[in-house]
Design a binder for this molecule. Structure first.
Ligand SMILES: [Cu+2]
Length: 151
């Protein structure tokens, strides 16, 4: 009986890789208009343990970066955020007007209903980096012009 119990515990631990600590919900990407080759991805990220988002990539884009958008003297500006802290048990919102994953050099236009694969690089507390795969749904481009990016 005792041996059996130990085996069960070991199996449970083995099936829980580090990335299971990070959950991503409601991932979406703003659709593109015309020849636009950049857009943004948004999502809600929560991590059971303190972790850090240290990068992103997407098969749909030549390059992806985590950015923060902010108002600076009435001008919207963006800056790269190489390290975005994910506090334990809290949800970090990547949303229009704030943090986002910038997708650059898009390989093709993104239309409503398409899905975009994303990979998030998460640095765990022990400094190991794991990858979380996310599928983001493309939503309407409405409002894209207003949110035009200025770097
Ligand atoms: Cu950006």
């Amino acid at each position: 009986m005792r041996a059996m119990r130990l085996v069960l515990i070991a199996a449970a631990a083995a099936s829980l890789p580090a990335w299971a600590q990070v959950q991503v919900k409601s991932a979406w990407v703003r659709g593109t208009v015309g020849a636009q080759t950049t857009t943004s991805a948004y999502m809600e990220i929560s991590s059971a343990q303190a972790a850090t988002l240290v990068g992103a990539e997407s098969a749909a884009a030549g390059m992806a970066e985590v950015h923060e958008m902010r108002m600076d003297k009435n001008v919207m500006s963006m800056r790269a955020t190489p390290r975005l802290e994910l506090p334990a048990g809290k949800t970090v919102d990547l949303k229009p007007g704030g943090y986002h994953v910038m997708l650059m050099d898009l390989k093709k236009p993104l239309n409503k209903g398409d899905s975009v694969p994303l990979k998030l690089r998460i640095e765990n507390k022990d400094k190991t980096v794991s990858t979380v795969e996310v599928t983001a749904e493309v939503r309407d481009a409405a409002g894209a012009a207003r949110a035009a990016h200025q770097h």
